[in-house]
Design a protein around this ligand. Structure first.
Ligand code: NAD
Length: 503
């Protein structure tokens, strides 16, 4: 048992009983079983969360639907005033929110602050909705006839989000959905539900009318009730690929618009002309930051030619010396993984890799962290000699594990990078503009970094996963978000009395 945590929940010393937020009121769904939420570094229980059954999901959707006519008719310049207030409230509570993220997810405090800042940035972008939602028009498409395109909201929309960014990913959707005039129902990850409990309180404090923003907690059954509800018009999803595929299939079969972001296995190529110290520093953060639990974490590094020796030497040193511990402790660079199940799964994958012939240059298994002996820790791990089509080079591990591959040329390295099912991110480290251009042109991924390890698009660019990393056409964030959450209406009009007017 580790030391007592300094924090046990939102407001008390007891595990907090989390609630749903439906029609502007905090509610306890009838007959819902509850799940325990623990700090993955200490395993101390922080909260319990309800697994909302379908009937209570229906009540949330109906309350959102009832709020829609008034919200849709509220001028966009008024709608965004709530977002301006929300931004100020998120900044006011940033420190407490970040601590909550670190407690329930395990990442370091700096990482928690970073994700909240990107969440706030999405609120800022959606504050520009009076401009973003503008349509187009042509006067006199024929004599005396004008044509206009308007964007109108859909109605009730929902987002289902994963455990790894509890304070950011809901904000890839929420600000755009409500600023465009929709009513929004969020189903956060049941593994990290505390952060959104706080953030939804802030939405309430920002003055959103009842029913415009709702929260239903739960897991698979809750999601399926949302996917099957006839009043839900659009579904945004972020999570693993098998679930993304299943959600996309069910939502679209039910006639809903859907955008579903899935898993990843992100390659990075290191050329011999790269700045090795800088590349190692950046890649180590990409590989081991957030304990590798980022959809933009690099997990395969392909060195080219003479880059192999200097990169291997530096990255193994970084992996063996990285400070692992509770994300709130001073100087800690990496926290635990999310659960015991996740830890066991990563260890099993490493066993399989070794049985396939891979060599562990740095083995992060079987190590404990002083003071947190029960925590779900895996230390940074570096694997070499893995087969390019073997388990470790192809499976999303979602832990602090680097698999190294080697190539003789940039072309061979790009072919290796493209030889995987996902397409979330690919990065190149070089000092050659020509190599960078060839890479960005040929690589089969939607988010590309040159001398960057986490190519996370700013809120005003789409988060552009490809292949098995994305199902749908319009991505999250920015203008894609505006298009996803609106229908286009084209109006062609003729006014006969205006016809004859002469100037
Ligand atoms: P997950 O797929 O287990 O869960 C995601 C959400 O789906 C949760 O809200 C969960 O309650 C719900 N869910 C789980 N199983 C379900 C089922 N069978 N039917 C319906 N809903 C279900 O993902 P996770 O473990 O929370 O998150 C990690 C995964 O998310 C990784 O694969 C990671 O790559 C991916 N991810 C992708 C992106 C991206 O932008 N592409 C961003 C972050 C995370």
């Amino acid at each position: 048992m580790g030391p007592e945590p300094r924090y046990r929940g939102l407001m008390s010393n007891q595990p907090v009983e989390l609630l749903n937020f439906v029609g502007g009121a905090w509610t306890r769904p009838d007959g819902a079983p509850r799940l325990d939420i623990v700090d993955p570094a200490t395993t101390v229980q922080l909260a319990t969360v309800p697994l909302t059954p379908p009937e209570a999901v229906g009540q949330a959707v109906e309350a959102a639907h009832a709020a829609f006519p008034d919200w849709r008719a509220t001028p966009v310049v008024e709608r965004v005033q709530h977002l301006y207030r929300l931004k100020a409230l998120m900044e006011r509570d940033l420190d407490e929110l970040a601590r909550t993220i670190t407690h329930e997810n395990g990442k370091t405090l700096a990482e928690s602050i970073g994700e909240l800042q990107r969440g706030i940035e999405n609120v800022e972008v959606a504050c520009g909705m009076p401009t973003l939602i503008q349509g187009w028009n042509n006067e006199d498409i024929a004599r005396g006839i004008d044509e206009h395109l308007f964007r109108q909201p859909l109605g009730v929309v929902t987002a289902i989000t994963p455990f790894n960014f509890p304070g950011m990913i809901p904000f890839w959707f929420l600000p755009y959905a409500v600023a465009t005039g929709n009513c929004f129902v969020l189903k956060p990850s049941e593994r990290v539900p505390m952060t959104m409990q706080h953030l939804i309180r802030l939405c309430d404090e920002a003055g959103f009318p009842k029913g415009v923003i709702s929260l239903v907690n739960g897991g698979r059954e809750t999601v399926e009730a949302l996917l099957d509800h006839p009043l839900v018009r659009a579904v945004s999803f972020v999570g693993s690929t098998p679930v993304a595929k299943a959600v996309y299939t069910r939502a679209t079969a039910n006639g809903k618009r859907a955008q579903c972001q899935g898993g990843a296995k992100n390659p990075a190529i290191v050329l011999p002309d790269a700045d090795m110290d800088m590349s190692t520093r950046i890649l180590a953060d990409s590989l081991f930051g957030c304990a590798g639990q980022r959809c933009l974490a690099t997990s395969v590094v392909i060195t080219v030619g003479d880059a192999k020796a200097p990169f291997t030497e530096r990255i193994t040193h970084d992996a063996s010396t990285r400070r692992v511990g509770h994300g709130l402790d001073e100087g800690v660079q990496m926290g635990p993984v999310i659960s015991a199940t996740s830890k066991q799964r990563i260890e099993r994958l490493l066993d399989t890799g070794v049985s396939e012939g891979a060599e562990l240059l740095v083995d992060g298994r079987g190590k404990t962290v002083g003071g947190y002996e029960n925590g779900y820790f895996i230390h940074p791990t570096v694997v070499d000699n893995a087969h390019p089509h073997g388990t470790l080079a192809t499976t999303e591990i979602f832990g602090p594990v680097l698999t190294m591959l080697h190539a003789d040329s940039l072309d061979q390295a790009i072919a290796l990078a493209n030889d995987r099912a996902f397409g979330n991110q690919a990065c190149l480290f070089t000092s050659s503009g020509a190599a960078a251009r060839a890479f960005r042109n040929q690589v089969d991924a939607g988010n590309v970094g040159i001398n960057l390890g986490v190519a996370a698009p700013m809120a005003f660019f789409p988060f552009s996963g490809w292949n098995e990393s994305f199902f749908g056409d319009l991505h999250a964030q920015g203008r894609h978000g505006v298009e996803f959450y609106t229908n286009t209406k084209v109006v062609i009009e003729r006014w006969p009395s205006a016809w004859t007017r002469r100037f």
